[in-house]
Ligand binder design. Structure first.
Ligand code: ZN
Length: 242
């Protein structure tokens, strides 16, 4: 499977805490654990030409993983549009944390995607609410993160096709933190954890969810529907009479 991990890669350059958490960037950390699954990994970042997402890269990508935060506006509309269309065509998309406000995600959701947030070193407990789902394979019924940013409801997304995780935070809020959506032939998995100042992507359980999410989002050679005006497959009754 060909996986591309996209990251805006800005906090890593300006905040020593983030650089210390992720010396090779958030994209580098995510690519490293996904490589353990035997996938073919590429990374792409905002400051590369075409944000590293050329037609060639996108066309060859089975699943795109997206992390962005403070530079969503710098992502070119044309590139975000291409990502959206590739999802319609069957590319999987795993959107992490603050990617809820990224252009590809908001385009695909069609809603505001806003939420409540607070940075206060709060404990997060993510509860599995769909223990039949392959994204939860090999995981316990909850994951605990000692310190994370709080995201709270209401999260302005369309009703998810499947809800996998709900988070509880120390301050009292809850959040739909693992949700799936189908768009065209493509599958989208949104997964909440991963604020840049915490070492969340080094947590083995979080890594496992993302590994499972990538596997789930990949298109397994399903049929490509033909759309538009179409000739009937059977002769209609008028013709049969003649
Ligand atoms: Zn954050």
């Amino acid at each position: 499977m060909k996986i591309t991990v996209w990251n805006e890669n800005r906090h890593e350059k300006t905040n020593p805490v983030v650089a210390n958490n992720y010396p090779k960037g958030i994209h580098g950390a995510i690519a490293a654990f996904l490589k353990e699954e035997g996938h073919d990994l590429t990374t792409a970042t905002l400051d590369e030409p075409e944000h590293g997402l050329t037609d060639e890269v996108l066309n060859e990508t089975d699943v795109l993983v997206w992390w962005g935060h403070k530079a969503h506006d710098e992502v070119k509309d044309g590139i975000a549009e291409k990502v959206k269309v590739r999802v319609w065509d069957g590319m999987g998309l795993v959107v992490l944390h603050s990617g809820h406000f990224s252009k590809p995600f908001t385009k695909l959701m069609g809603t505001g995607c806003d939420l409540k947030w607070r940075e206060a070193d709060e404990k997060e407990r993510l509860w599995v609410v769909d223990p039949t789902h392959p994204i939860t394979e090999g995981l316990d019924e909850y994951i605990e993160l000692e310190k994370e940013e709080m995201y709270g409801e209401h999260f302005d997304i369309p009703a998810p096709d499947e809800l996998i995780y709900i988070s509880w935070f120390e301050g009292g809020e809850v959040f739909r933190s693992g949700a799936t959506f189908k768009r065209g032939r493509g599958k989208v998995f949104y997964f909440r954890p991963g604020h840049e100042t915490y070492p969340t992507y080094h947590n083995r359980e979080i890594q496992k969810v993302i590994k499972n999410g990538v596997k789930w989002a990949a298109n397994t050679n399903t049929p490509t529907p033909t759309r538009g005006n179409a000739e009937p497959l059977e002769k209609n009754s008028e013709e049969v009479k003649e």
